[in-house]
Design a binder for this molecule. Structure first.
Ligand SMILES: Nc1ncnc2c1ncn2[C@@H]1O[C@H](COP(=O)(O)OP(=O)(O)OP(=O)(O)O)[C@@H](O)[C@H]1O
Ligand SMILES: [Mg+2]
Length: 333
């Protein structure tokens, strides 16, 4: 491990043993391989997206990286520390935000929560003041400091959580769905804040999200996992080449019709008066819309960009494998 490699995973595994109901009384033991031999390295100062469908193993990986869960196999180092063994030492060097639940004290005003964080991590008063000031200003927390956490809206609480994770100047910040449920304006603010944090303080960021825009705007590198395995590690552009090879125009006609016929697009689905037309992502939608409108009784339309799940399923269809994607981001198959 070189000095600037902050996170190192080697064939990391996590197997959950679960007992399932099989009939009325009988229970069956089974195994869930949530993380199934993942290897990657993250250098100091990198901002990396960690994406994949529901149940892929993203949160499980992050929990191992923070020491909450102990790996079943493989090797793991964060800032030279084995997280499961030395969770306390690591806690002072990392910050973590789980978008799905708060790490703040539910009944306390936000400002009091921060004082507890200060004591918990023994942050020097001057440093604490400077970090808090910065977060309050950039995340617009001023009016919220006196409000009990449980009264905060989701977006307010998320900003509060992000600040709490940063008061002790962590070298690494793990974000597990930090923009989930946020409106467009809040998302934009959170992204701008994270970008500045990475630029100004060099904080290394590992980010899990289902919003590809988060990745687009923040991460030069993206890792895709599915079923506990690393499918791709490289630039987002490499992923898009294959994943977004097609967009979809959804049209509502005045009545049910057989599949429409327009050059440059093919109908992939018909349901009542609604039809789905796939066309190359590189083509403009405007002429297509014009053709449909000229030839058919068009009532309404919308344009669909593929989401992460679709990008990933297309990766499979195109015959990608982890080896082909790893590092270079070139398509195989
Ligand atoms: N404590 C647990 N006990 C048993 N199985 C678990 C446990 N935690 C996670 N799993 C299983 O491990 C797999 C990976 O879960 P994980 O939460 O890591 O997925 P994820 O990629 O974060 O998904 P999502 O996008 O839905 O958050 C799932 O099949 C899940 O059911
Ligand atoms: Mg998760």
């Amino acid at each position: 491990m070189t000095a600037d490699e902050l996170i190192v995973l080697e064939r990391l595994e996590k197997v959950f043993r679960v007992r399932r109901r099989a009939g009325l009384v009988r229970r069956e033991r089974s195994e869930v391989r949530a993380v199934d031999g993942i290897s990657f390295r993250v250098r100091r100062g990198e901002m990396v997206g960690y994406i994949g469908p529901n149940g892929a193993g993203k949160s499980t990986t992050i929990k191992m990286l923070t020491g909450i869960l102990t790996p079943s196999g493989g090797r793991l180092r964060v800032a030279g520390v084995d997280p499961a063994r030395d969770r306390k030492a690591l806690a002072r060097r990392i910050g973590v935000v789980f978008g799905q639940r708060t790490t703040l004290w539910w009944d306390l005003p936000l400002g009091d929560s921060y004082q507890l964080v200060r004591r918990l991590y023994r942050v020097e008063p001057a440093r604490f003041r400077a970090n808090l000031e910065r977060c309050v200003e950039l995340l617009e927390l001023g009016p919220l400091l006196s409000v009990p956490v449980r009264q905060l809206s989701l977006g307010q609480r998320m900003r509060g959580d992000i600040a709490a994770a940063l008061l002790h100047d962590p070298e690494v910040l793990y974000l597990d769905e930090p923009t989930i449920g946020l409106d467009v304006i809040s998302k934009t603010k959170v992204r701008a804040f994270l970008r500045d944090l990475n630029r100004d303080k060099g904080t290394t960021v590992l980010l899990t999200t289902h919003d590809l825009t988060d990745i687009e705007q923040l991460c030069s590198r993206v890792m895709v996992i599915d079923q506990g395995r690393l499918m791709y590690d490289g630039a987002l552009s490499g992923l898009r080449e294959v994943g977004e090879s097609e967009r979809t125009l959804v049209v509502d006609l005045a009545e049910e019709r057989p599949a429409v016929e327009v050059p440059g697009a093919r109908v992939v689905r018909v349901s009542g008066p609604r039809q789905w037309l796939a066309f190359p992502a590189s083509a403009s939608a405007a002429p297509l819309v014009a053709r449909v409108a000229a030839d058919y009784p068009l009532v309404d339309l919308s344009l669909r960009e593929p989401d992460i799940e679709e990008v990933i399923s297309r990766m499979y269809a195109a015959g990608w494998d982890g080896a082909a994607g790893a590092g270079g981001g070139s398509a195989g198959g």
